[in-house]
Design a binder for this molecule. Structure first.
Ligand SMILES: *Cc1c(COP(=O)(O)O)cnc(C)c1O
Length: 401
């Protein structure tokens, strides 16, 4: 039955917390890189659920595995083994630096697990004094109390103190600042190899290598938050592979389930003992339903040419954005890797996002002036050309208007 869009919005504002600044649109359907609203209007989706829907919307693979597994077994307690969970863990270990996996339900939870593991390992190995985690300014690690405490953005922390103790912040890409912040009490350094929420900030050459070397010298663990940039987003399975640096702990979530809620914390063998029986747990972590889907998604990422496509199409996309930059003086920089791209402007991004939406394109803006693009990895040239054309028109009008 057709209904007025404002009814949904009115109800949402009545019954739910208004924690999100939402756009006045109700999405009802998706396929590939397209989504439709309840008025039948079509949009090309360059947000992809914020780097979640790597294989696109209504992926036939996901649908098939969901259907098959839901007939077999949806959930049992982690008191028992299930095949899909073990299979996903094996795949992740075989295709990463890691030896062990813990499953949870979100990025924040994966980072919680990473923080707890680092603390517990240091506690057991070096004593309670060694408990400080150095994190980066401008970082984003989640909204739970611990991950908020680890996040280097003041504006989202307002009103929630006292936060968890034991975090220190240094600027990203600054090895000297890291040195200055260091003392015997530091047990880990935590960072996103590419800062996503912070505005698609890439590491400078030598930076990650430098952090790794310092961690080695000082018996500190290195934690990479790959919640946003992992699972093929940059054109390699994990972003750190571009830089030849491996962490001790890595967190994943967003694209891991292509839209089903799942997070994972991966670590090297020497940390296995610190998370023994009873040390950490979650009811829903790694259910057979979600892990069956994730395993299929991961196999597809590895086998079906998605990573090559992502690298190629990402360059094509980036070149398109670079061409816009040549035309419009208020575009400061285009950056990113694969299909996480950012376009920093001198002017607010919100009007561009809104205009794009009117023309049938979903894009994102972070840090007020940085347009961020995170389409499904299956996005094609034609779709990118359509978006670049629309941006050109919109930016052109802004310039003259
Ligand atoms: C999204 C994100 C998180 C938080 O994930 P949730 O699933 O929203 O809890 C953590 N770290 C990074 C880098 C993210 O992009």
């Amino acid at each position: 039955m057709p209904y007025d869009i404002s009814e949904t919005i009115k109800s949402a504002d009545t019954y739910m917390f208004r924690t999100y600044g939402r756009f006045p649109v109700t999405l009802v359907k998706g396929e590939g890189c397209k989504v439709w609203d309840d008025q039948g209007k079509e949009y090309l989706d360059f947000v992809g659920g914020i780097a979640v829907c790597a294989l696109g919307h209504s992926s036939p693979l996901v649908t098939r595995v969901l259907e098959e597994q839901s007939r077999k077994l949806v959930h049992v307690s982690n008191l028992y083994y299930t095949e899909p969970q073990v299979e996903l863990a094996r795949l992740l270990v075989e295709h990463s630096f890691a030896d062990r996996v813990f499953f949870c339900n979100s990025g924040a939870e994966a980072n919680e697990a990473a923080i707890k593991l680092a603390r517990r390992y240091a506690h057991e190995k070096f004593g309670h004094e060694k408990h400080i985690i150095i994190s980066m300014e401008n970082s984003f690690h989640g909204r739970t109390m611990a991950t908020l405490s680890a996040t280097g953005q003041g504006k989202i922390k307002t009103g929630f103190d006292p936060l968890l103790e034991g975090f220190k912040f240094v600027p990203f890409n600054d090895l000297e600042a890291l040195d200055r912040a260091w003392d015997e009490s530091v047990c880990a350094v935590m960072l996103e190899p590419i800062q996503g929420e912070g505005g698609v900030i890439c590491p400078e050459p030598g930076y990650l290598e430098g952090v790794r070397a310092k961690c080695n010298e000082r018996n500190c663990l290195l934690i990479f938050d790959e919640v946003q940039v992992g699972m093929g987003r940059t054109g390699k399975l994990f972003a750190h592979e571009h830089y030849g640096v491996t962490p001790d702990i890595m967190t994943l979530a967003k694209a891991l389930g292509n839209g089903l809620p799942i997070g994972a914390m991966l670590a090297i063998e020497k940390l296995a003992e610190a998370f023994g029986p009873g040390s950490h747990a979650t009811t829903f972590g790694g259910t057979p339903l979600v892990t069956a889907v994730s395993a299929a998604v991961l196999r597809s990422l590895l086998q079906d040419g998605h990573l090559d496509h992502c690298r190629e199409i990402g360059l094509f996309f980036k070149n398109g954005l670079e061409r816009l930059k040549e035309h419009y003086g208020f575009i400061k920089e285009v950056r990113g890797l694969g299909l996480i791209l950012g376009m920093e402007m001198d002017v607010p991004g919100a009007p561009v996002v809104e205009a794009c939406m009117k023309q049938g394109f979903l894009i994102n803006c972070t840090q007020e002036k940085i347009l961020r693009f995170l389409p499904p990895l299956i996005v094609g040239r034609e779709e990118i050309e359509l978006l670049i054309g629309a941006l050109d028109r919109i930016l052109g009008e802004m310039k003259t208007g």
